[in-house]
Design a protein around this ligand. Structure first.
Ligand code: EPZ
Length: 420
């Protein structure tokens, strides 16, 4: 198992590039199942979850080819095995994103139920209820969901009880080939949903309103091949902005979408960072003085992203005063707090709230990553801790960050990947 060895106390300086968004690339790859023609996806990040999705598409029967320039070619000429097996779903819950496309294209799907997760229960009941509304028959057998729509899906009104990102994406992919019109209400407004809709429209789908909470889909009888560039990863970009602020560095985060980062940027400014637009797709982060406590509540987009909560908590340990961090999306997303406390942070957890008192000097320690964003938080803490931090189980971070240690090293961080 690999670890990161981090020597803290270095200001990060220089330019750091942002990769394509993992959470946009995953549904885009699933969408390739909707057509027998080839789809070309550019700016695919080389991260482990993408490899898992590629294996899933191959299992289903698609041809998948990664090119050196970050382009992925998927050709699902036929859907031989309309199934997401347990082995793949248990390593990546987003595998359930193939449910909608398989139902739409093949009229049936067999998708393993995901099971437990480090950050909360994360059921997929809302995906299933919506598929039933579209006319699918759903039953559960041996840990699998069996969904069938032999006569095809029919458009309808779907109102989500709560906002779900992959649920919205899954249903969108089912609705594009359904007969008639689907109206999706209380849909997720995340940029990744809008990016998926853009790809689907290029493939011939008729969609209006993606990126708002009401999406209208008019079903078409077939989709065709297309070419699409994935949006920049706003969570990776946000992690780098926090890295610049926490190390009092001077970082130029390039190839990002500042308009996707407004909630984080205004919070970092409130906390004492200076962030300026530095040309198209570039944000410069500096820190003229100390950090100040600022409260954060996670929300659906355009609110403060739950996927940046752990990283923000690392920053809050260095801020003067008490920061109240409230997690509203997932019920168990504070595992990183316990590890930060082992490094010297003053954090009290009360249900969905973390009360962080700072600044506290962090000292390097051996810590264990529990999930993707928790690992990023520990890396950030390691960058400011005195002495050496060893982050274990870095396979979590490899799921969603493309060679993060190389990117951070190039801007001055002392971070190495070592074999445990
Ligand atoms: C997506 O997960 C992201 N994953 C997550 O990113 C992200 O944290 C999350 O959205 C919230 O922004 C991908 O895009 C691949 P949800 P998703 O359905 O779609 C409850 C990362 O680190 N819910 O929006 O699975 C659920 O339990 C990851 O990159 C139901 O109750 O999240 C949660 O409390 C982790 N029933 C809330 O809704 C359902 O059927 C929001 O979850 C579906 C969800």
């Amino acid at each position: 198992m690999e670890q990161f060895l981090i020597e803290g106390g270095v200001r990060l300086e220089g330019e750091i590039p942002v990769s394509g968004a993992k959470n946009s690339a995953l549904p885009a790859m699933a969408a390739c199942l909707l057509t027998r023609e080839a789809v070309l996806l550019h700016r695919i990040p080389q991260v482990r979850d993408i490899c898992t999705m590629a294996r899933l598409l191959e299992h289903i029967g698609a041809g998948v080819e990664f090119r050196e320039d970050g382009t992925l070619r998927v050709e699902a000429h036929q859907v031989a095995v309309p199934e997401a097996p347990y082995e793949l779903v248990k390593t990546m819950r987003a595998s359930s994103l193939v449910l909608g496309p398989l139902l739409a294209r093949a009229g049936r799907a067999r998708v393993s139920l995901p099971g437990g997760c480090a950050i909360g229960a994360r059921p997929i009941n809302l995906h299933l209820e919506a598929m039933e509304r579209l006319g699918a028959r759903i039953r559960q057998e041996h840990g699998y969901i069996i969904a069938e729509a032999p006569e095809g899906l029919r458009g309808t009104l779907i109102t989500f009880d709560r906002i779900t990102v992959t649920g919205t994406e899954d249903v969108l992919m089912a609705a594009v080939l359904a007969e008639g019109e689907t109206l999706l209400e209380n849909a997720a407004r995340e940029p990744e949903v809008a990016d998926l809709a853009e790809l689907l429209v290029k493939m011939g789908a008729r969609i209006e309103g993606a990126g708002t909470s009401t999406i209208r889909v008019r079903g078409v009888s077939r989709l065709h091949g297309a070419e699409h560039t994935i949006i920049p990863d706003r969570i990776e970009a946000g992690t780098f902005l926090i890295a610049g602020a926490i190390t009092a560095g001077d970082l130029l985060v390039t190839g990002c979408r500042p308009d996707h980062l407004t909630a984080l940027v205004s919070k970092l400014i409130q906390a004492g960072a200076e962030i300026t637009e530095a040309g198209p797709g570039a944000l410069r982060v500096r820190r003229p003085g100390g950090l100040l406590a600022a409260d954060v509540t996670t929300e659906e987009y355009p609110g403060f992203a739950t996927d940046l909560q752990a990283q923000y908590m690392a920053l809050a340990t260095q801020a003067e005063g008490v920061s109240l961090i409230t997690e509203t999306i997932f019920e168990n997303r504070f595992m990183h707090a316990l590890e930060l406390m082992r490094m010297g942070a003053d954090i009290r957890i009360e249900g969905r709230r973390a009360i962080v008192t700072g600044p506290r000097e962090l000292t390097g320690a051996a810590v264990i990553a529990s999930d993707l964003r928790a690992s990023a938080s520990l890396v950030l803490a390691g960058l400011v801790a005195r002495g050496e931090t060893v982050v274990d189980r870095v396979y979590h971070i490899d799921r969603g960050y493309e060679r993060i240690e190389e990117k951070l090293s190039r801007v001055g961080a002392r971070i190495r990947r070592i074999a445990a």
